[in-house]
Each structure stands twice: as structure tokens, then as C-alpha cells.
Ligand binder design. Sequence first.
Ligand code: TMP
Length: 254
Amino acid sequence: MARRRKLYEGKAKVLYEGPEPGTLIQYFKDDATAFNNAKKGVITGKGVLNNRISEYLMTRLAEVGIPTHFVRRLNMREQLIREVEIIPIEVVVRNIAAGSICKRLDLEEGKMLPRSIVEYYYKSDRLNDPLVAEEHITAFGWASAQDIDDMMSMSLRINDFLSGLLIGVGLRLVDFKLEFGRYYTEESVIVVLADEISPDNCRLWDSGTNEKLDKDRFRRDLGGEREAYQEVARRLGVLPEAGPMDLKGPKAIQ
Ligand code: TMP
């Protein structure tokens, strides 16, 4: 198959033109960045694992009625997705205090929050993704009040569903970041879940030991990042048989 035209390259993924109009191919790289690209590295096999983990979680979410951009996995590092117009807002849902909220509000890491908290960040590398309020989002036209409503209600459902699914495999969903896009059909436009859901954009702690099994291992120089991502994939039942370096590809795609 000829290499398709590259449309966009981000920090962890590349988007290529899809096989038919309205589709794209999302390629998962092993590159890892943190602190808005200030820290760079490679986690060997990460792309293979995130492709599988995101496929699995988006498929489960679709089964409970969350519309997503995911169509199907194509191979070890690529998935077919629907082309959407990305809303320039990162939605973060937090259940347990960790990361930036601890600094901002002087909270102790690991403390259960009084309830799940939804935050919005404006997607801008230049501005370092600042925290913004709904007022900013609607005033500057980044998203409509209806878009915000859709993103908020989907994010809370996703949080409930994923928290349950993950605790079932011994993982605490501490917090996570979602991105949404507008999917245009002939008759309408709907807001759908886009990007990926993986240990790159979730904090996942072992429910017994609170061991960090996510990108914080890279951000905080804890080591063992590949093993952590592998462990998440293994618990979800999607670890490639010969490990993430298995280039033979899966025997079956459901
Ligand atoms: P934070 O505590 O650094 O604000 O991160 C909250 C969650 O969002 C955490 O699970 C990591 C994720 N995240 C991203 O996916 N991309 C980002 O650029 C940032 C800052 C956080």
C-alpha cells in the first residue's frame, strides 16, 4: 500500500489522508513529550500499545453510546478514524488530586476530590494550554454553549464508565484529558470523542499500591515507562502476544 499523504504531525501521532473522503489514518509514534515539548524522549513500543489501548477503550465507550471518531484499527500503529474538526479545548476530568491542580490549589497528591471536577484548557502550544473558563470559550468563539454542554456531559459519562471499567482491572482513574471534534454529516453536525485515550493522557494508579502506570513515569523520571504501559495493556487484555515489539501484527482483529 503506497504511503499516504501526511496531513499533520503532532507530538505523539501523525495524521494521514484516509482511504476515502471523510476518513483519516491516525499513526501512533513512540515519541514522548512533557511540559509542552520541553522534555522529549522515546518510549519504545508506546505507539503500538497506545493504539491498542485507545482502540479498546473507544470501542467500549461506543458500545455504551458515546460517539467517537474511531472506525477500526488497521495495523500495529495505525487506526482508521473519521475526519472531524477538532474543538480547540482540552477537557480534563479529575477524581483524585494530582499534577497541576496540586500546585495551583495547594492540594496534597492522592487526596480524593470532593467530587469529579471538569476543567477546560485552551489548546495553544504558544500559550502553554492555559486553563480557561466557559466564559472565555464562548466569548472567543472556540466552542458554542451547546458544544460545551455536549463535551461536559460526555466527559462525565466517560469518567463514570472508564472509572468502573478500570477499577475492575485494578486501576484507579486519577484524571484524564479528552479532546472532541465536530463530525459533519449531510444532515447534521455532532460532537464526538476524538484523539486517543491511553496512559499518555490519563493518570492510572494501581489500586492496591498506588504505583503510577502512566506518563508521569516519564514526566517525573521514575523509569519503567514501557513496563507501565505494557501492564495497562496486559490488564485490559490487549497486550500484543509477543510484546509491543511484535511486528508480525495481531492474528485477529475483532
Ligand atoms: P495536569 O495535572 O498536568 O493538568 O494533567 C491532567 C491530565 O491531563 C493528566 O491525566 C495528563 C493529561 N494531560 C494531557 O494529556 N496533555 C497535556 O498537555 C496535559 C498538561 C495534561
